[in-house]
Design a protein around this ligand. Sequence first.
Ligand code: 8X3
Length: 255
Amino acid sequence: MVQSRIKKNVLITGATSGIGEATAEALSKNFNLILCGRRENRLLKLEKKLSKETEVTTLTFDIRNKNDVSNQINSLSDKWKKIDILINNAGNAHGLDFIHEGSLDDWDKMIDINVKGLLYVTNQILKLMLKNKSGHIINIASIAGKEVYPKGNVYCASKFAVDALSQAMRIDLNQKNIKISQVNPGLVNTEFSKVRFKNDQKKADNVYEGMEPLLAKDIADVIEFILIRPDNVNISDITVLPKSQASSTIVNRKI
Ligand code: 8X3
């Protein structure tokens, strides 16, 4: 008889849409899920759907609020506090403007969510992983964390920070049996551009015009691949682009 293995617990931030939601779906066969996000109704809907596949719980919080991050994660039962995997997915772009024309509010949001929020969550989860003496963190960065592009300034800076933090975590946690991986998506058709352009659907559509972008599921599949490697293997840093994208700015568009 094949012995059923105990499923690992995965906590996903930004699970209510895009790459986070697709990752929750992809992992629902073989992992238990802690779905985190700001939009409770979406979390509950996803919980209901994926509960047919696996054990699911949800935490509603905004990663910008360090007290909420700490209170919510600490509210988990002991069973769920054995977090084997953290997927730091929550992140956004706000605006696409020259550095001399950017909005301070947009800059605050990107740094608060993409950098500080990731740190608040990681800080809490690492306490649990260190107690358990094992763990795996996957940071979702971006090609924007590898190359700066015109008007990308602060968004790129926030993703360069994630890149630095992934490297730093890998170094500082090297002796702690905690793996750190990073995935850098290129153009993915999610709510990303709609948020960046403040619900201007036309501007958002232009980003993907004449080319075939990645789907959230394409990134979710890569995340799953990283997670199911043998324990001794770490995919440390991987950039995933659509076929038609050569760099942040070079895209083969059929227009
Ligand atoms: C998303 C990729 O190139 O739109 O992080 O900034 S890009």
